[in-house]
Design a protein around this ligand. Structure first.
Ligand code: ATP
Ligand code: MG
Length: 743
């Protein structure tokens, strides 16, 4: 490659940006316009043409994957290995702190605490203060603490701001103590890395000057998603002066206000919108040509994002051809939707890695995984686990396995202390030894009062409650509907509750997955209302065990829209285009909520290079609840001339303008509501109703109706057990577990 070949490949605007190396520079441009590419060339230009030492450059991005990609590209352009600071925010800060931690009162060899360590610290603190971690689990405190750190709120300030509420006082105290412990242990958490670096710069002018001098050129990709502390970090470094005392702000930020999708995590879109104010004299380069997508895909993206009000208007053009129009397919239900996508992938053919399925929530992945497995299409779930590999799904399946088969020691060990019941590793070991000695199953050991009474009283109590649950459901499993059994286990085991109190994004996503598991059960129940636990477990085990996935090289990619930022694929599917799913129901709560979802939609559409499919379902079972849906507001906004039907499902594809008045639910007023919370409530209500029935007094001759067996007449009542005659025979039912009502 000739010396400046790489510059020749850029368009005029891109080249202008790449060669504009002095002073503040904002590259504000839409998706696929080559922002990241331009930044990469700019680094190469600085090093190769201007002779800037790589040591003097700092380039930051958001993810390790993006950083690695950029490093590879720079090396390709320069033709040799360079060691330069091309890092994520966190790793840049870590490097800085390694040198200067002492100035902040830390030892140089400070430890970075990961979430497990953090949890252990908070647990200890709670124990010392007698805080009930069942009610307030460590993660609950940690999410609050992290939030505080992002906002730079100290423990003292927290207590002052929030006032005297008991819980807030408790959080403030734990936060304060947590900081103390980390200090004492010479440790920092992830939030500290950014926070402490900014503190260091603010406190130690000399250090700041050192880095200002070193980093003569600073670059930030995806600047629209920076939060307050990241902004502060960048700003402190960039406000430099040269030897003559003139401002020297060689900072180049790259981003797209239309792609800010992390406001819910504290990203502040103002950082990019006010760049010119922050850095007077900033040059702004707008890239207008899109090189990624066909004209139709681009037009579709514009027609949606145009509905946002708070944006700097900009429009991209492309000299790529129109390409295909966007295919919209509205399936009857989510299974047909997934089947359609899988069959389209087979129909188009070619490399599987050219296809991406980008969904709004992780819980949606299951139906696609099943449809793809069924057709033996290899797939890879990016940035997340396959549905049946997720911890919460494995856990709940172990509960069901144990209910089904008490001798399943493996399942038992996995869940005996999940949620926490005070049964530690050593206790489990003791029980296992006992089982080995006597040849009993672990569960039998749990029922052995003598062995159990030798344990700590906490463990004893935990084991009794755990064994009680498994025993009761084991005895009743034949008499319960699968979904009742599932709900009962979720509630009575305390598993759902433990997640609810955590109140973190992770916990929320776990709850989503658990509620989604109910959809699986409902599907099977619909197929066969009498499906037993054993048969169900067998069918699921087969599904969970398919081995044609996870091939790294050539597989369809499944991921959330959020994690697709910055990436591109020839063929993109966006499923679940329904109000309440995408945009999610939360979007309707806040005025800017819908705008953020719309930006996410823009991000999704603009990942596609050649073809884009949008799909939805007339009827969707989500979190175990089946309902008619309404087409996404984004579909209604999308210029309908860009939409067409094609392929095998043509008859169903909506083809013309105004078509979105179609659909069973279109005429009904749409009330977005929190489906997830609704599902949780229903689950609890059902279990409460079963328990309430236990308190009722049944008498011989009462007419009752049972969820599974239908109507019947009570024959006999014996304490908590009643015998009822149903159409297909007499059943013994345990009150408290039977989903039964008097008529
Ligand atoms: P996003 O907003 O999604 O992060 P971006 O603006 O960073 O996108 P890039 O990822 O840098 O865009 O580039 C998008 C695509 O366009 C890439 O495939 C890149 O190779 C191609 N591209 C960029 N500039 C040019 C150019 N001047 N000529 C040909 N192709 C280009
Ligand atoms: Mg980019």
């Amino acid at each position: 490659m000739g010396r400046t070949d790489y510059l020749d490949k850029l368009n005029d605007k891109q080249r202008e940006a790449a060669m504009n190396t002095e002073g503040p520079l904002l590259i504000l441009a839409g998706a696929g316009s080559g922002k990241t590419g331009t930044m990469t060339c700019r680094i190469a230009y600085l090093i190769r043409e201007l002779g800037v030492h790589p040591y003097n450059i700092l380039a930051v991005t958001f993810t390790n994957k993006a950083a690695k990609e950029m490093r590879d590209r720079v090396q390709e352009l320069i033709g040799e290995g360079v060691s330069m600071w091309l890092l994520t925010f966190h790793s840049a800060c870590l490097r800085i702190l390694r040198y200067h931690a002492e100035l902040l009162g830390y030892g140089r060899d400070f430890t970075v605490y990961d979430p497990t360590d953090q949890k252990a610290v908070v647990k200890r603190i709670c124990k010392d203060r007698g805080i009930d971690t069942k009610k307030y689990p460590p993660n609950y405190f940690l999410s609050r603490i992290s939030h505080c750190k992002e906002q730079r709120v100290s423990p003292g300030e927290y207590s002052r701001i929030t006032g005297g509420d008991y819980i807030d006082r408790m959080i403030g105290e734990v936060y304060g103590k947590y900081e103390e412990v980390l200090r004492k242990n010479n440790a920092m958490d992830f939030d500290d890395l950014l926070l402490k670096t900014v503190e260091l710069f603010e406190k130690e002018e000399e250090v700041l000057l050192k880095y200002r001098n070193r980093f003569k050129y600073i670059m930030v990709d995806e600047y629209q998603d920076t939060n307050m502390i990241q902004y502060r970090f960048v700003k402190l470094l960039a406000d430099a002066r040269d030897e003559q005392g003139n401002p020297r702000r060689n900072i180049c930020v790259v981003g797209d206000d239309d792609q800010c999708i992390y406001q819910w995590r504290g990203a502040d879109i103002r950082n990019i919108l006010e760049f010119e104010k922050d850095f007077p004299g900033a040059k702004v380069v707008k890239l207008e040509q899109n090189y990624r997508s066909t004209a139709n895909i681009l037009a579709a993206a514009h027609s949606v994002i145009e509905h946002n009000r708070g944006r700097k208007g900009k429009k991209l053009w492309t000299d790529a051809g129109d390409g295909s129009r966007i295919t919209y397919f509205r399936a009857d239900d989510e299974r047909e939707e997934a089947g359609y996508i899988a069959s389209e992938i087979n129909r188009i053919g070619g490399d599987y890695k050219n296809f991406a399925i980008l969904y709004r929530t992780n819980a949606q992945s299951r139906t696609f995984e099943e449809a793809l497995s069924k057709r033996e299409i290899p797939y890879r779930v990016l940035g997340g686990l396959r549905y049946y590999d997720r911890k919460e799904i494995k856990d709940i399946m172990c509960y069901m396995r144990l209910v089904q088969n008490r001798a399943d020691d493996l399942a038992l060990v996995r869940i005996i202390n999940e949620p926490k019941r005070g049964i530690g590793g050593r206790t489990i070991e003791k029980l296992q030894n006992k089982a080995a000695d006597t040849g009993q199953s672990l569960f039998d050991v749990l029922l052995d009062g003598e062995t159990i009474s030798q344990l700590s009283s906490k463990a004893e109590e935990g084991i009794k409650s755990f064994a009680g649950i498994i025993e009761s459901y084991g005895a009743e499993k034949e008499n319960m509907r699968l979904s009742d059994l599932y709900d009962g286990l979720l509630i009575n085991s305390g598993y759902l509750k433990a997640l609810e109190v955590q109140n973190t994004i992770e916990a929320q996503s776990r709850i989503e997955n658990l509620m989604e598991f109910k959809s699986v059960i409902c599907d099977y129940e619909e197929e066969d209302p009498n499906m037993g636990l054993a048969e169900f477990m067998e069918r699921i085990a087969l599904l969970a065990d398919v081995d044609n996935h996870d091939s790294e090289e050539n597989a369809v990619v499944l991921m959330t829209l959020h994690s697709a930022k910055g990436l591109e694929f020839p063929y993109v599917f966006m499923p679940g285009m329904e109000d309440g799913l995408f945009p999610g129901w939360k979007a309707f709560d806040r005025p800017d909520g819908l705008e953020e979802e719309r930006r996410l939609c823009y991000v999704g559409i603009t990942r596609a290079k050649e073809r884009l499919w949008m799909t939805g379902a007339v009827m969707r079972t989500l979190y175990g609840k089946t309902d008619y849906t309404r087409e996404s507001v984004f579909l209604r906004e999308l210029d309908s001339r860009l939409i067409e039907g094609d392929g095998i499902y043509e008859k169903k594809v909506i083809q013309t303008a105004g078509a979105f008045s179609d659909g069973a639910a279109a005429d009904r007023p749409f009330k977005p509501f929190d489906l997830l919370r609704y599902a949780q409530q229903q689950t609890k209500k059902k279990v409460a109703a079963m328990e309430q029935a236990a308190g009722e007094s049944f008498q011989r001759g009462d007419r009752v109706v049972h969820e599974k067996f239908g109507e019947g007449i009570v024959q006999e009542v014996e304490g908590k057990v009643i015998r009822v005659e149903f159409a297909d025979g007499t059943k013994k039912l345990a009150l408290g577990f039977a989903n039964i009502r008097k008529l």
